[in-house]
Design a protein around this ligand. Structure first.
Ligand SMILES: C[S@@+](CC[C@H](N)C(=O)[O-])C[C@H]1O[C@@H](n2cnc3c(N)ncnc32)[C@H](O)[C@@H]1O
Length: 262
């Protein structure tokens, strides 16, 4: 038996053990869930273990267990690749590079723009934010060099160190985006990023915003709701831990209601 076949066999046995033991236990707890992978991932030769390793490598405990979020990244990157949407990838809020590396590997061949101070929150954004003042997170324990090492050798990464939106001046006028991930936690940078990226997203592009449903960071939902109030798209929540939302940029000009054709 080849090593691939035997590891596939081991995985099958483990999956069946999880089904028999863990699902009833999770049901009985009333608060935990064991979630199936989407069929196409579980039943094809898709190597979920590889993406899980990237997800857990540098993620703190609570976030590494948020596999619904990992699956959402994989699914939406597959849409962008499957539809061959043109454009780069951008992330605001990189911290130690977990989602940056994931996006870089899920969307190969595309430029990856990274925006972060790489020194934690800017105090000007923290002041007045509805969530930041009570939280203890500041994300100072990182560096741009460590993030680049984690992502690995690549000529496609454009790292913009400093406070967003000031750092957005590095983006050339014609740059367009197929996938944008916002994970800045605070209201002001989230609002600024929506203003900046939305008009630069190609039709069909994916926008993922983390923490929309988070009680710790209420400014994110405030920024998203205010921005999309007059846009044709509606953010849709996914069932991950912090209630991320996903938006696909409209492909067609908006039809105004109330006018009879002709
Ligand atoms: C929750 S962390 C990002 C987590 C990351 N996506 C991951 O994979 O672990 C939030 C990050 O947003 C960054 N950030 C917040 N406001 C910013 C701003 N105005 N400009 C640049 N970076 C900002 C912080 O420095 C911090 O690293």
């Amino acid at each position: 038996m080849s090593s691939t076949t035997s590891s596939h066999g081991r995985r099958k046995v483990l999956r069946s053990l999880v089904k028999r033991a863990a699902i009833p236990l999770a049901d009985a707890s009333g608060s935990y869930a064991v979630q199936h992978l989407p069929e196409w991932m579980a039943k094809s030769g898709f190597d979920f273990a590889r993406w899980r390793r990237i997800w857990t490598a540098r993620n703190p405990g609570n976030d590494r267990a948020d596999l619904a979020r990992l699956v959402a990244f994989i699914e939406h990157a597959a849409i962008v690749e499957g539809e061959a949407l043109p454009g780069s990838v951008a992330e605001l809020g990189v911290y130690r590079g977990t989602t940056a590396r994931l996006l870089h590997e899920l969307l190969p061949g595309r430029t990856l723009w990274l925006f972060d101070t790489f020194e934690g929150f800017d105090e000007r954004d923290v002041a007045g934010d509805p969530g930041a003042t009570s939280g203890s997170f500041r994300f100072t324990d990182t560096s741009l060099e460590a993030v680049l090492r984690h992502i690995g050798r690549s000529t496609r990464v454009r790292a913009c160190k400093g406070r967003f939106p000031e750092t957005a001046v590095a983006v050339p006028a014609g740059e367009r985006f197929a996938f944008v991930h916002l994970d800045a936690d605070l209201q002001k940078p989230t609002a600024d990023a929506l203003e900046f990226f939305y008009p630069r997203m190609v039709p069909g592009a994916v926008l993922m915003v983390h923490d929309y449903g988070s009680r710790a960071w209420p400014g994110v939902a405030a920024a998203v709701d205010a921005f999309f109030a007059d846009k044709p798209e509606s953010p849709v929540r996914i069932p991950d831990r912090s209630g991320s939302v996903v938006v696909r940029k409209s492909k067609a000009p908006v039809q105004r209601a109330g006018r009879s054709p002709g």
